[in-house]
Design a protein around this ligand. Structure first.
Ligand code: NAD
Length: 250
């Protein structure tokens, strides 16, 4: 074991042992998107009820007003930061085989990650609550108050998982399958408090994976699940980590 935990993590990743990446809202903070919890988090400003499906269905106009100002006013204006790029580079290098994200902002894909599992869905799609329509969140579709389906007039919702909704079946099954088969799990930007997402790294650990965590603060994983804790912002730690991996691979 090295004194510098980044070097220990790089030694491990350079062995190219089936890496699963698991991310949360913290990795997009440096792109200008606030997290939910912690300092500057959305829960300090917004009532979490706005993300409850029953509340959304019964107060669509009021809910959409919030959703528009929290998410869609920023949509398309935020760019991937060095952390997103570093995660994509790990996939390109053949180190990471899968990335499970709780994020709904599409920034991993914009950074070049290909095998992304969106555990909580995406803002990049609107879904009709009445029929099978789905579509991109264009200005025209978002203009309605609330946005309605061009096919049937039903209420549109962002295709994200609200409180009270199930995790999409493919995302749930594939995430846990990947957690069971990985040998290393790199966790970043998450408090580890949201169920059942937090069970992904825990499943990896239980199946014998080594868990590396990148976070400026300790999380619910740090004491019992994490093996190598890299304290700091993902946008600073991840490029350093990947540079060390590249050195070892070349
Ligand atoms: P969270 O809001 O509960 O916690 C954020 C975590 O990120 C904390 O542990 C914090 O210490 C850490 N963090 C803050 N800055 C960081 C940085 N620069 N680098 C690395 N880590 C940093 O996030 P969560 O655990 O993902 O749970 C919140 C839920 O809300 C998830 O479902 C999440 O996807 C969703 N959400 C998504 C977005 C987004 O798509 N960008 C934004 C807000 C909330």
């Amino acid at each position: 074991m090295n004194d510098d935990p980044i070097l220990s993590a790089a030694d491990l990743l350079a062995q190219k042992k089936n890496l699963l990446i698991f991310t949360g809202a913290g990795v997009s903070v440096e792109s200008g998107i606030p997290p939910f919890r912690g300092p500057g988090g959305l829960w300090q400003k917004v009532n979490p009820d706005f993300f409850d499906i029953d509340h959304f269905m019964s107060h669509p106009v009021e809910s959409w007003k919030r959703i528009r100002s929290i998410f869609y006013d920023l949509w398309g204006q935020c760019a991937p930061n060095p952390a997103h790029l570093a995660f994509a580079e790990l996939e390109r290098l053949g180190v990471a085989f899968s990335l499970v994200t709780q994020n709904i902002d599409n920034l991993h894909q914009l950074a070049g990650s290909k095998n992304v599992i969106e555990f909580h869905g995406t803002l990049g799609r609107l879904r009709c609550t009445q029929c099978a329509f789905t579509g991109a969140p264009t200005k025209e579709l978002l203009a309605g108050d609330p946005p309605t389906c061009p096919d049937c007039g039903g209420l549109l919702k962002p295709d994200i998982v609200f409180f009270g909704e199930s995790i999409p079946e493919y995302a749930l099954n594939q995430s846990f399958a990947d957690a069971e088969s990985c040998s290393v799990c790199l966790v970043s930007g998450t408090t580890g408090e949201v169920m059942p997402a937090c069970m992904v790294p825990q499943t990896a650990k239980r199946r014998g994976a080594v868990v590396i965590e990148v976070n400026p603060e300790e999380s619910a994983f740090t004491a019992h699940t994490t093996d190598i804790f890299l304290r700091g912002k993902a946008g600073e730690i991840m490029p350093r980590l990947v540079a060390e991996v590249v050195k070892r691979l070349s």
